[in-house]
Design a binder for this molecule. Structure first.
Ligand SMILES: Cc1cc2nc3c(=O)[nH]c(=O)nc-3n(C[C@H](O)[C@H](O)[C@H](O)COP(=O)(O)OP(=O)(O)OC[C@H]3O[C@@H](n4cnc5c(N)ncnc54)[C@H](O)[C@@H]3O)c2cc1C
Length: 479
């Protein structure tokens, strides 16, 4: 039997979720003098969340977050194909640099990767260049522990094992949450609630509705702790929601479905974006030039998400195949991933179980279109928007059975530049904020624009806290 306990109104800000967005919001609010509480569903000391598992690269659409705002605005606008909400783009463009400095001042350590512009702010200690999940004691994990410690020292608290299930409203303003701790239901009250529950990638029903016909055939490339609770609660409160049909993820070896050594890395993105992505009929399924995040989405949308193959030639295997920080050449084979290799296309098709006539026709059309610079006439067209096409020419030829790795959902709760939750008519739901992967409007869209999960979580976590502080200061002054 559940017991309902009403807590005294002792806190000023409640953050739903203890990932980077929730902990940054709570720690910042506490730093500015508010009593902040984080309610986190995970019960372990080092509870799972995407923030803890992250590689730790703080970037803005592959730019240094401290780049001038006009550079960051242009990058986000370009990558989203103009889809991104201008107010959110502006918030990131103007605040991301300050946000990384704040995190450093909080005690998080950063390293840089040589002169690579977008890898100047990587949470340290760096994760090792290994294919499997390796997070304990690494930069992102240490940053979360540091934020929790700071929160505690400032009088705040993180309650583990606390699953928020409902929002509470008083006089039209969000005023608290209902949460379950084991079989006890509790009410926590505060004039500011920040939803920071990390997206809906772990909710198979929602993933099936918006992202893929078969969620069981898509690899959960992360903690899988985002269950869509924030989105559900915000919607019930009248919040507007962005399009929900895109996610951040990567093309992985199909073996990731059963072999933990081949995920979260190597990503097969660079191979797919230089070569061809085909189905069992040997036909291309997408514009490979749009890059790996886009291709991961297209794979997930196939009727059979486990029926696609990345095919490429020796030049690609020796070139783009070696390009990433944890490149598929050689780590895919080292980790036990499947890679078919053959001297002829017919042999390759047979090894993959792909229609040989279809594959031969696809490769012929593709090479001809490349030679005559007519790749836009291919079906689907082949652009060079994010990656340049390579001819499929030099044996041996390769084929890797692929799957889609789903890291976090890009669509979600609509917010403004202060992280306040919006209704469809553009008015704010007072007292309700959202930050991180539970929000929408910045990333996604038809081009599957990617800005960066960590910088989005950090920046909007800070902005939510700072706005809540301003509102409560004004109230105390009677403004
Ligand atoms: C392997 C991997 C590598 C990555 N590398 C990078 C990178 O290098 N750079 C980058 O920018 N991004 C990266 N990302 C993405 C990035 O980690 C996320 O986008 C970001 O951390 C999201 O933060 P968040 O706080 O919104 O969500 P999370 O970190 O997922 O936190 C949400 C928290 O909310 C809790 N929660 C959920 N529902 C409830 C509820 N109802 N009540 C209470 N608590 C709840 C969850 O348990 C979880 O702890 C990576 C992700 C992965 C998995």
């Amino acid at each position: 039997m559940t017991i309902l306990e009403k807590f005294d109104v002792t806190c000023d800000v409640i953050c739903v979720g203890g990932g980077l967005a929730g902990l940054a919001a709570a720690s910042r609010a506490a730093q500015l003098g508010l009593k902040a509480v984080v309610l986190e569903r995970g019960g372990d000391e080092l509870y799972a969340c995407n923030s803890r598992y992250a590689g730790g690269v703080m970037h803005v659409s592959y730019n240094n977050p401290k780049s001038p705002p006009d550079v960051l605005t242009a990058a986000m606008t370009e990558i989203s194909g103009g889809h991104a909400d201008a107010a959110l783009v502006n918030a990131i463009a103007t605040q991301a640099g300050r946000a990384v400095e704040w995190l450093r001042d909080e005690g998080a350590r950063f390293a840089r990767a040589g002169d690579i512009g977008w890898r100047q702010w990587i949470l340290a200690p760096l994760r090792p260049a290994v294919t499997q999940m390796e997070w304990k004691g690494r930069g992102a994990d240490v940053a979360l522990r540091t934020l929790e410690k700071n929160l505690r020292e400032r009088g705040g608290i993180l309650h583990r094992g606390t699953h928020v299930v409902d929002l509470i409203f008083e006089n039209g303003c969000c005023a608290g949450v209902k949460a379950r701790q084991a079989d006890v239901e509790k009410v926590f009250c505060a004039p500011a609630i920040v939803l920071a529950d990390g997206g809906f990638q772990g909710n198979a029903v929602m993933a099936g509705e918006y992202l893929t016909p078969d969620p069981q055939r898509v690899k959960q490339r992360g903690a899988g702790t985002g269950l869509g609770d924030g989105l559900r609660m915000a919607r019930a409160a009248g919040a507007a929601v962005s399009t929900l049909d895109a996610f951040y993820g990567h093309v992985l070896s199909c073996d990731a479905m059963h072999n933990d050594r081949v995920w979260p890395y190597p990503q097969l993105d660079e191979l797919a974006a230089a070569g061809l992505l085909v189905n069992r009929q040997g036909r291309r399924i997408a514009d490979e030039g749009m890059g790996g995040v886009y291709l991961a989405n297209l794979i997930a949308r196939q009727p059979d998400p486990l029926g696609t193959f990345v095919v490429f030639d020796e030049a690609i295997w020796q070139g783009p195949g070696r390009a990433a920080a944890i490149p598929p050449n050689p780590t895919l084979l080292g980790a036990g991933g499947t890679l078919h290799k053959a001297d002829t296309l017919d042999q390759l098709a047979a090894l993959m179980g792909v229609d040989a006539h279809g594959l031969a026709a696809t490769v012929r059309e593709y090479n001809e279109a490349l030679t005559s610079s007519a790749t836009s006439t291919l079906q689907p067209p082949r652009s060079a928007r994010r990656r340049t096409p390579f001819p499929f020419a030099r044996a041996p030829f390769y084929g890797a059975p692929a799957c889609s790795g789903l890291t976090y959902t890009m669509g979600g709760i609509r917010i403004n530049g202060n992280a306040e939750v919006l209704r469809a008519d553009g008015t704010v739901i007072r007292g309700l904020y959202a930050a991180g992967a539970t929000t929408g409007g910045l990333e996604g869209g038809p081009a599957v624009g990617y800005v960066g999960g960590l910088i989005k979580a950090l920046t909007f976590g800070l902005l939510a806290a700072e706005h809540a502080v301003r509102v409560q200061e004004n109230l105390s002054k009677g403004i």
